[in-house]
Design a protein around this ligand. Sequence first.
Ligand SMILES: N[C@@H](CCC(=O)N[C@@H](CS)C(=O)NCC(=O)O)C(=O)O
Length: 204
Amino acid sequence: MRDVVLFGHADSGHACKVAFALSLADVPHIRRHVDIWAPAASRPADFLAASPFFEVPLLLVDGVALVQSASILHEIATRTGRLGGDDADKLIRIREVLFWEANRIGMCLPQLIEARRLGADRFPPGAVEWLRSRFDVDRARFDRLIGDQPFLLGDDPTIADCAVFGYVQWVGKAGVEPSARMDAWLGRMRALPGYRAPQDWFAG
Ligand SMILES: N[C@@H](CCC(=O)N[C@@H](CS)C(=O)NCC(=O)O)C(=O)O
């Protein structure tokens, strides 16, 4: 991976998870801020041309556009052989976590954060309670997955940890509590040398 450009925003857990993985995998790259709160038409022309839904993250690798954070993470791991990408058996488990995260946590926590930003009354009645009850299940499954390991799939972080960290880093902003295991894992993720705070990835 030579010429690598990541488009993102500090409020996007999807973009932060890719930034974290690039950092942990030591991939030299340029990061560019895209204002996701501004109308899509105002975003940079090269971004609009390459991102089909005008969403971040967008990763340009040697001019080729990669979108969808889980797919991008998988590309990073397999192309670099880092973060679990050097182990075919582990990649099976990693893909399972990537799909689980996208279906569960990546749907639930961003909406809870949005409900707090806009006000829960902007959501249909019962929606916030439903999202919170989903997170209760996700949190229990996180605990079951990690068990007594330091990271989700063993002793070392993989792209699965980056994926889950994307939004779990903001449990407080979502108004939900982490489990003790989740909290300890968050501390280990933030202690990794490649970690940076969201605003440091994508300064506005
Ligand atoms: N499923 C996508 C989600 C991407 C996404 O929802 N991006 C949001 C920020 S978190 C975005 O760019 N929103 C701006 C917009 O849709 O205009 C992924 O995993 O990458």
